[in-house]
Design a protein around this ligand. Structure first.
Ligand SMILES: Nc1ncnc2c1ncn2[C@@H]1O[C@H](COP(=O)(O)OP(=O)(O)OP(=O)(O)O)[C@@H](O)[C@H]1O
Ligand SMILES: [Mg+2]
Length: 411
């Protein structure tokens, strides 16, 4: 059985499903998935908890399933957060170095300088992510420590969240007996699971289309440049089918997964699907292209909103690696083709990479956030550090964690 400090648990509290993934992490950083639990999510709307009791129940069931499979007791979890309350900003910090050479302390000070802003009382910092540093007139530096210079500048991406939303997530976890190790923006987590370093270097847009939200993150020069959340996801497609096909939400979701397509031109004229009726009436045959006629405009509308976001980000022309679609809704038939046509960029569907163990079970875009939470945690708190943290003399907390402590954690 893995020890608690060799085990990492990602808990994705999504609008459609709660996914709990347990991984064992070896000293060299390799991750083996040893347990997975999923349960339909009942208490969220558009990525935000709106019903604590139902959310607690769904989390409990997903966590119990993962515990049974992994044969461990789960105490701490890394949890995703999303919703339209999330805001991303870019800022700059500038300081004079103390010794003519950049030290770790200078880096802390410049980040502190760049993020020193008064937030409204109802908001909290979620992430403080350095993008790049400049020393004197030299810019584009990723690792400044040890370099000579007198003026250190840092470009920083800050992500803030509504305190109430962060509190509600923590409250739900606490009610299930779980301690939240950290809250991570969902697209930041998903990006750890599905993006390649090369893509982040040359510019890429991660688009995680879930049930209630579409989460966007733009990467360039290896760093996150822009984040935003659109409060539309796969559930909107399901609702359109409920109205258009006159069937229940459960049946509409099932039909969408099995027979839905957002490329009308891919659907044969004579293909038929059986649509279950409500009120005990017999199922009705319906041409499959009617579903595509409903789904395609809705997906196009979502893609238009994504284009607007990219234009507003200023990175629209700079993402040479194009778009990586992930999240459960990216599995809708025709998504990749329609996205390529609409955005006029390379598009691929991203599934979680670089995990072993039960990798086959989590090999779906729907698990990008849950697996990414684990990878985010190992990237930011390597196992060697976890073991060292027990030694009170060594401060092994990574810089960003210390930053969050200075500014007040999302708790
Ligand atoms: N094979 C499929 N084809 C089409 N749609 C699918 C498929 N599988 C899942 N979906 C849709 O994906 C959505 C759920 O995606 P996901 O599991 O990523 O959401 P979530 O993480 O719970 O939600 P969010 O991130 O928005 O809070 C649902 O609308 C579901 O109908
Ligand atoms: Mg999600």
């Amino acid at each position: 059985m893995p020890k608690q400090d060799q085990m990492i648990v990602g808990l994705d509290i999504g609008t459609s499903k709660i996914a709990c993934v347990v991984a064992e992490v070896s000293m060299d950083g390799r991750l083996d998935v040893i347990g997975i639990g999923t349960h339909a999510s009942r208490g969220l709307r558009k990525g935000v908890v709106v019903d604590i009791e139902s959310t607690v129940e769904s989390i409990r069931l997903a966590v119990e399933e993962a515990e049974l499979m992994a044969g461990v007791e789960i105490k701490k979890v890394h949890v995703g957060i999303a919703g339209s309350h999330i805001r991303g900003h870019n800022t700059t910090g500038i300081i004079a170095t103390r010794h003519g050479e950049v030290t770790a302390e200078d880096v802390q000070r410049v980040i502190e300088n760049g993020s020193a802003m008064k937030l409204p009382d109802d908001r909290t910092f979620l992430h403080v992510m350095p993008q790049e540093y400049s020393i004197d007139d030299q810019d584009g530096i990723r690792e400044p420590i040890g370099m000579s210079g007198v003026r250190l500048q840092a470009k920083i991406h800050l992500v803030t969240a509504a305190i109430s939303s962060a509190h509600n997530i923590r409250k739900c976890c606490k009610r299930c007996g779980l301690e939240v190790s950290e809250l991570v923006l969902e697209q930041v987590a998903s990006s750890c699971a599905v993006l390649l370093q090369d893509e982040k270097d040359i510019g890429v847009v991660l688009v995680d289309i879930g049930g209630g939200t579409t989460d966007i993150a733009v990467f360039l020069d290896g760093a996150i440049q822009y984040t935003s959340v659109i409060p539309i996801g796969g559930d909107h497609l399901t609702n359109d089918l409920v109205v258009g096909l006159r069937t229940s939400a459960r049946e509409a979701d099932e039909l969408k997964r099995k027979h839905g397509s957002c490329m009308l031109s891919d659907v044969g004229e004579h293909e038929e699907v059986q649509v279950p009726s409500v009120g005990g009436r017999d199922p009705r045959p319906m041409p499959r292209h009617i579903m595509a006629q409903i789904l395609q405009p809705r997906v196009e509308e979502l893609f238009d909103l994504i284009t607007e976001e990219l234009q507003c980000s200023g990175y629209h022309e700079l993402v040479a690696a194009g778009i990586v679609l992930t999240g459960g809704c990216s599995l809708l038939s025709g998504m990749e083709t329609l996205a390529e046509e609409t955005f006029d960029m390379p598009v691929r569907i991203g599934t979680p990479q670089n995990v072993g163990g039960l990798a086959d079970v989590v090999n779906s875009p729907a698990y990008a956030t849950a697996v990414g939470l684990i990878q985010y945690s190992t990237d930011h708190h390597p196992v060697a550090n976890r073991v060292r943290q027990r030694d009170p003399v060594v401060s092994s907390q990574p810089l960003w964690q210390r930053m969050r402590n200075w500014f007040g954690d999302a708790s």
